[in-house]
Design a protein around this ligand. Structure first.
Ligand code: CDV
Length: 311
């Protein structure tokens, strides 16, 4: 048995006016709780340090540089790394990254249990649009503020196992899990900020959104025989509602724990990484069963190519 006691550290809403250091205090409280409960890994949401700013349009993108981190850890986040090291807990958190070259990414990192960063991921599937869209009830401008990730979907040796990261919209794409599955991933960790209403389909409300969230996570876990830990930023940020749904899926695809509510909260779960073995050695033994000679279109094309019409 290779047990990881994971704490999924959901954050309630972060208003525009809330300072980074106040958010970090909230994160520290969850970390202390995780230490009391014996966690070895704590996972925070996507863009954990600020409000979900891509919902707002800034004509001059530089106006939003205040939401980005030039350093990780930086002056406001270093207490988190220090406390995590004191507790011997590895952490993963999402944040907006500005590189020394001035590039912007939606990023997450993973540390070891001494507070050293051992893994980085930059969000690949960026939802939304680049320009203000008057047809939408809500804007979602990730494509305006971030570049698509350039690090692939790496998997890291951590917690005596293999851990990979993705971020929010990535969880809806089977390619995300499979690329990590092909590296033997045993636990996928991710954060998300998901508005409760689809801005383009008014009929798709909270229940439907939660259904698609669970469906994607459960399918990804089962089809790659991996644990999946998904952590929300939830609640109403300056009038904009984000759904909850922090949950953990086992390698058979079952939801084994789910956090109710939309406030700060910790969901603790023991995850035996050896529980991935059965799926990886039987139905999803990739080496024996995959047929790559038929998978070409997955990497050769982006959109749909219709088959030729038969007479
Ligand atoms: N932050 C996100 O990536 N949110 C998307 C919404 C816009 C659909 C998501 O997939 O949850």
């Amino acid at each position: 048995m290779r047990n990881v006691r994971v704490g999924a550290a959901q954050l309630g809403p972060i208003q525009k006016a809330e300072s980074r250091s106040h958010v970090v205090k909230r994160m520290l409280a969850l970390l202390d709780d995780a230490a009391k409960q014996g966690c070895t890994l704590v996972v925070y949401p996507e863009l954990a340090l600020t409000t979900f700013f891509p919902r707002w349009y800034a004509e001059d993108r530089a106006e939003f540089d205040l939401y980005f981190e030039a350093d990780m850890p930086g002056p406001e986040t270093v207490p988190l790394f220090e406390r995590a090291a004191q507790h011997g807990i590895a952490i993963s958190l999402g944040y907006a990254e500005k590189t020394p070259e001035g590039q912007h990414f939606n990023t997450s990192i993973l540390t070891d249990r001494k507070g050293a960063i051992i893994g980085k991921y930059r969000k690949i599937h960026l939802p939304g649009h680049v320009e203000f869209d008057p047809e939408r009830t809500h804007q979602h401008l990730e494509k305006r503020y971030f570049l698509p990730g350039d690090l692939g979907f790496p998997v890291f040796h951590a917690q005596d196992g293999l851990i990979g990261m993705c971020i929010c919209n990535d969880r809806r794409w089977p390619e995300t899990y499979r690329v990590m599955g092909l590296q033997g991933v045993e636990m996928v960790i991710l954060g998300f900020n998901t508005p409760s209403v689809n801005s383009q389909r008014n009929s798709e409300g909270l229940e439907e959104r939660l259904f698609h969230h669970r469906l994607s996570l459960q399918a990804g876990a089962y089809q790659n025989a991996t644990w999946v830990v998904a952590v929300a930023k939830a609640g109403t940020e300056d009038g904009h509602h984000l759904m909850g749904g922090t949950l953990i899926v086992d390698p058979e695809g079952h939801i084994v724990a789910e956090l109710p509510g939309e406030a700060d909260g910790l969901l603790v779960q023991d995850c035996d990484l050896d529980a991935t073995r059965f799926g990886k050695e039987t139905i999803f033994d990739f080496k024996r069963h995959r047929r790559i000679e038929h998978y070409g279109p997955i990497t050769a094309q982006v959109g749909v190519v219709l088959p030729p019409k038969t007479a």
